[in-house]
Design a protein around this ligand. Sequence first.
Ligand code: PLP
Length: 391
Amino acid sequence: MKTIYMDHSATTPVDPRVFDAIIPYYNDVFGNASSVHTPGQKARQAVEDARDKVAALIKATPQEIIFTGGGTEADNQALIGYMQANAHRGKHIITSAIEHHAVLDTCEYLHKQGYDLTVLPVNPLGVVEPQVLKDAMREDTVLVSIMHANNEIGTIEPIKELAAVAHEGGAVFHTDAVQSFGKLDINVREMGIDMLSASAHKLYGPKGIGCLYVNKKIRLAKLLHGGAQERNRRAGTENVPAIVGFGVAAELAGENRLESQARLSELGVRLQNGILERVPHSRLTGHPTLRLPGSVSVCFEFVEGESVLLMLDSYGIAASSGSACTSGSLDPSHVLLAIGLPHVIAHGSLRLTLGHSNTEEDVEYVLDIIPKVVKSLRKMSPLYKDAGGVA
Ligand code: PLP
């Protein structure tokens, strides 16, 4: 059976062009990028070429890019590094209730270390309203971290406005752009972004490599100690093949962005509308229009998201859910609760995120299967019968 992969927000396959570009850096050009000899210098050149490509995608300068071991490390480096280096300026951090745990848990960690933390609510569409940020700003607020696009519900945040509010209050602005990097147009200067996290495996690059963009005016404390790599900002021998792969993935994303955005938006809208039309008691989560292209997130009443996932998997469809069991806890996703969904509805969530491989036929197939899956699960649901539902 063919697998229809609709979980591109979790990770993407490595693009064959990225794969081909990486291989020589495991055997032919294997030097340590810190070595002075020719093999080392060839590796160094490859790292710097990749840095140029990654920086170009967001209109940063190459010197402002620090390669990291992925999005999680970039978020930790931004938040911990900034607060440790700037504690004398103030101790208050602001973030939002729908951040990825890489940001939320890091903020909680800092809170335990004695920093003050405000977690902003979002509106029912998952938007952090600039006025809400403005009201939360304090004299001692030094850092605001709000994600560019949400990984569960796809909502795109008003980053430019939020950054302006942060700056007016004298704080710097970090955004977790792991889901939007390479998919949405990002210009760090125009948008007022001081720090930005990205990860290669969401844009057809390898896993375990990402970057933090840091505006050249900003000083950070180091997270890792033990070497002067990355201009003394991130110790450890550079992962040259992964960095090369990230560079090529960023370049390809830049070239294909507009075309891919239009295609995925169209497929996503078709999938979203088809589900809402064909499945009774279903609702969209997140913003109806300001959302990541190809990101569909819905909730079905009277079913468990986990059961839907397992049944979809038996039909060869790979999707995801913010429901309880997938995340290993009894509570549904913090994002769905933050947009005000009651637990019972949040438990029935399904996320389908489209990517390069998906076709119109895939969308039609999934639209055929989902109503059947939900119907058969509802047949077994006492809640559905109690509510007068006819399976
Ligand atoms: N931030 C967001 C919004 C994400 O979606 C993810 C991964 O899903 C991360 C951070 C973590 O990135 P990584 O897997 O590269 O550590």
